[in-house]
Ligand binder design. Sequence first.
Ligand SMILES: Cc1cc2nc3c(=O)[nH]c(=O)nc-3n(C[C@H](O)[C@H](O)[C@H](O)COP(=O)(O)OP(=O)(O)OC[C@H]3O[C@@H](n4cnc5c(N)ncnc54)[C@H](O)[C@@H]3O)c2cc1C
Length: 471
Amino acid sequence: MAIIPKRCEMPVQDAAVRAHNFNEVALGYTVEMAVAEAGRCLNCKNKPCVEGCPVNIAIPDFITKVKQGDFEGAYSVISMSSSLPAVCGRVCPQESQCESKCTLGIKFEPVAIGRLERFVADRHNECGLDNDLLPAPNGHKVAVIGSGPSGLTCAGDLAKKGYKVTVFEALHVAGGVLVYGIPEFRLPKKIVAKEVDALKRYGVDIQTNVVIGKTLTIDDLFDQGYEGVFIGSGAGLPNFMGIPGESLKGVYSANEFLTRSNLMKAYAADSHTPIMHAKRVAVIGGGNVAMDAARTALRLGAEHVYIIYRRSMEELPARREEVEHAEEEGIEFKILNNPVEILGYRNPNDRRDPKNGFVTGIRVIKCRLGEPDERGRRRPVEIPGSEYEIPVDCVIMSIGTSPNPLIKNTTAGLEVNRRGGIVVEENTGKTSRDAVWAGGDAVTGAATVILAMGAGKTAARAIDNYISGKK
Ligand SMILES: Cc1cc2nc3c(=O)[nH]c(=O)nc-3n(C[C@H](O)[C@H](O)[C@H](O)COP(=O)(O)OP(=O)(O)OC[C@H]3O[C@@H](n4cnc5c(N)ncnc54)[C@H](O)[C@@H]3O)c2cc1C
C-alpha cells in the first residue's frame, strides 16, 4: 500500500469572511475526502491510537468502516465508547491524544482521526437512523448534577443499563461549557442539542433551572429515593489576577463574556442580554478559553483584539489549530507581556460623567523566559522598567477557573482539596461521602471534554457496581 504522507485538509471559511460571522469555521470532510483520509490508516497491529483516547474508541475499526464506505457501521463502533462524537470530533485535542500516538505520525502526518470522527457523527446526524433500543428499567434511580460532558456521559451510560436517571442542571439549557462556553463558530449549538436529545431518547430526564445546593441539596436527593449521586458540576468560578482596576466597567471574566454571547445570544439584535461592543479589547491568558473570547470579541465588532500572555508562543496552552485560526483572523498576540494594572477614567468631582469608571487601558510589563517551573514550562521573569500602556476599552480575564464551592458548602462529609476540587478515588470517582461520585472539572479543575467524559464513564461503572451489588 502506498503511503500518503500528508493528511487531507479540511475546508474552512475564509478568514476575512468568518471574522465577521458566528458560523462554524471548519466545514468538515466530504465523503470523498473522508474515504481518502481513512485510506491513509495503516491499520497497524498495536493500535496505539486507542490507548491515546481517554475513552478508548476502537479507532482503527471505525476508520476501516469509513474506508469501506460503511459510515453507519463506523458510527456504531464509535458510539460503543462515546456518546458525544460530533462534539469530540470538533473540540478534542487529538494532536496530544490519539493522533499523537498514530504510527504513521512517526514519519509523516498522523491520520486525521478527529476529522474522521466528526465526519462520521455529522453523517449519522444528517442521514442515519436512530433505532436505539430502550433498555428494560432496572428499578433504580440515580441523580446527576450538571449537564456538561461528564454528567451527560455518566447519565447516558447508566440509562443504557436501565437506570432511571435525572440530570439536575443549574442553567436553562443542557450542555455545560459546550453550550455556554465554546462559541458557535467552533461548536454549533444544534450539534450539542442533537446529542442531548439522543440521551433523552434513552429516558434520561433533564431538569434545568435547578441549582443543587440552593433549590435542592444532595440530602434532599437521597430523601427523594435516589440511590446514588454523580457530581459533574464543572469549574465555573472565574479566577482574577488581583491587580488594581479589576472592578472597572468593561472588565469581564471570560466565562461571563462567553455566556452572554453564546448562551444568551447577546450578539443578536433581539437578545435581552447586553454585551459590550468594544473597539479595542485585551484578553488576558493564552488557553482555548482566551482564544474563544478574543475571536468572539472580534466578531462583535472590535477593531483590535490583543491576547496578552506572559510566556512565549511556544508555551501557549491553547490548541495549535485555534491559535492559527485566531492569527489568520487578525488577533494580535502580545506575548511575554504581563498585566500590572487596568486603567480607567475616574472623575471624582462628577459622578454623572458618563465616562466615569470605565476601562481606558491596561498597563503591562515585558517579560523574558527564565528557568523551567515544576511542570517544565519556562517561567516568565519581569523586565524592570519595561512597563507600558495599551489603550483598550474592554478587558477579558481568561486566566483559569475553579470549582464552585456551593455543593461542598451544602454537603456534609464531602472532602475537597486546596484548589476546591472534589477528592475522589482514582479508579471509581467515589467521593468521601457515601453513595456520591464525582468527575470532570469539578474534580480536576478546568481540563478537557474527553477527560470529563472519561470520568463520567468511570463513575457510571462504579455506580452500577455499587447499586447492583446491593441487590
Ligand atoms: C470557553 C471554553 C473553551 C473550551 N474549549 C475546549 C476545547 O476546545 N477542547 C476541550 O477538550 N475542552 C475545552 N474546554 C474545557 C471543557 O469544556 C471542560 O473541561 C468540560 O466541559 C468539563 O466538563 P464537565 O462536565 O466537568 O463540566 P461543565 O462542562 O462545566 O458542566 C458543568 C455543568 O454543571 C452545572 N452546574 C454547576 N453547578 C451546579 C449546581 N450546583 N447545580 C446544578 N448544576 C450545576 C453547570 O451549569 C454546567 O452546566 C473549554 C472550556 C471553556 C470554558
